[in-house]
Design a protein around this ligand. Structure first.
Ligand code: COA
Length: 184
């Protein structure tokens, strides 16, 4: 399903992680063969990503939900996560946003655009962000298009910075100012 006319009508909410989400999260984060890993920072060596994800699953099981990391919920089910981190210096007003929907069957139907819109709104509401960014690579057209649709603009491109499946790809960053979002 491509080119959803109005993702804002989809039943997508962002919420705190709950204990009942852990089996789903563990399953999607622990399987090295899942499709999402071909799209989310695929230029890192698999062994490094395996170790990062192993530590992350452990962290999820041991920590309370965090305001900077929320579950994407569709009809009561956890389908992915959003996160954000402040770029240094603290209080400088620049936050980088991340998004991941685990199941490829859920891609291309507007869920990512809707979840990212909710995450941008949440970030501007609950942080002092002046500008938000999304960081990706040139092959991830779904990510770039979802961000552009919300008003993000390309602000940086490092050409041929990464190797993905033997091919040189660009590092791409898109930005969105608070004032642009409020006028949107
Ligand atoms: C990136 C991601 C969050 C986007 O969410 P999504 O629900 O798939 O995206 P949407 O359906 O909301 O929008 C995708 C856009 O890409 C387009 N698109 C859909 N399928 C596409 C495809 N196969 N190729 C290119 N563009 C595609 C859609 O038409 C839409 O653009 P439009 O609004 O201009 O028509 C999701 O695909 C995902 O989690 N992927 C795996 C992990 C990942 O890449 N995370 C981001 C790392 S930086």
């Amino acid at each position: 399903m491509r080119g959803v006319n109005d993702p804002s009508t989809l039943p997508v909410v962002l919420r705190d992680r709950q204990p009942r989400d852990l089996p789903t999260l563990t399953r999607w984060l622990s399987d090295p063969g899942v499709e999402w890993r071909r799209w989310d920072a695929p230029y890192f060596p698999a062994a490094t990503t395996n170790e990062t994800l192993r530590a992350y699953v452990e962290h999820l099981g041991q920590t309370a939900p965090d305001a900077d990391e929320r579950v994407i919920d569709v009809d009561g089910e956890c389908v992915g996560m959003v996160n954000r981190s402040e770029e240094p210096p603290e209080g400088g007003g620049w936050w980088d946003l991340g998004i991941l929907i685990y199941d490829p069957a859920a891609w291309g139907g507007g869920t990512g655009t809707r979840a990212l819109a909710l995450w941008v709104a949440d970030t501007f509401e609950w942080t002092d962000a002046h500008v938000v960014t999304v960081s990706t690579w040139s092959g991830n057209e779904r990510m770039i298009r979802a961000a552009r649709r919300l008003g993000f603009r390309e602000c940086a491109r490092v050409r041929e910075a990464y190797v993905v499946e033997g091919e040189r790809m660009d590092s791409v960053k898109l930005d969105l100012l608070r004032a642009e979002w409020e006028a949107h």
